[in-house]
Design a protein. Structure first.
Length: 155
């Protein structure tokens, strides 16, 4: 994508609240009720210390943040912990742009596998990007709900 005025840069700790709100708007896009979104806020709020210690990148269009992703590395495992796009610009290829940036970042870590605990509504996107479902993982929001667990093999 060669769109003018787009850039990907490291997130700043002072953007934590904004990124949390973007995450919640993106989740709400899938029709989740207000109670579910509040539980998401309680569990998934982006903390400044996470931005400081993990790998967080934002996608900007001009000066407006329109998406972000984060990675957590533990030993030889890297997990895509977040990839969210502003709902008003979904379907414009921005998720794909962030995905490819994330893959290049993971490649620079020297690991061969990326794990993704996906929202069921996002699993199709990751599968379209080449990830394969390898199982399920319990939701931390709803007891008894299982989420797709996917992996992407870097070659």
């Amino acid at each position: 994508m060669a769109e003018v005025n787009l850039s990907i840069r490291p997130a700043r700790v002072e953007e934590a609240t904004f990124l949390t709100e973007l995450l919640l708007r993106s989740k709400a896009h899938w029709g989740y009720d207000a109670d579910f979104i509040q539980r998401c806020r309680n569990v998934f709020a982006i903390l400044p210390e996470w931005i400081a210690k993990d790998t967080f990148f934002v996608l900007q269009k001009k000066t407006q943040i329109i998406g972000f992703y984060s990675l957590q590395q533990q030993d030889l495992t890297v997990e895509l912990t977040d990839l969210f796009i502003e709902p008003s610009v979904l379907g414009h290829g921005y998720g794909k742009l962030l995905w490819h940036h994330a893959i290049e970042t993971v490649r620079s870590f020297g690991v061969s596998t990326l794990l993704i605990k996906s929202d069921p509504n996002a699993a199709g996107f990751y599968e379209a990007m080449g990830a394969k479902q390898i199982g399920e993982t319990p939701s931390v929001i709803n007891a008894g709900r299982m989420l797709p667990l996917l992996e992407f093999k870097l070659v």
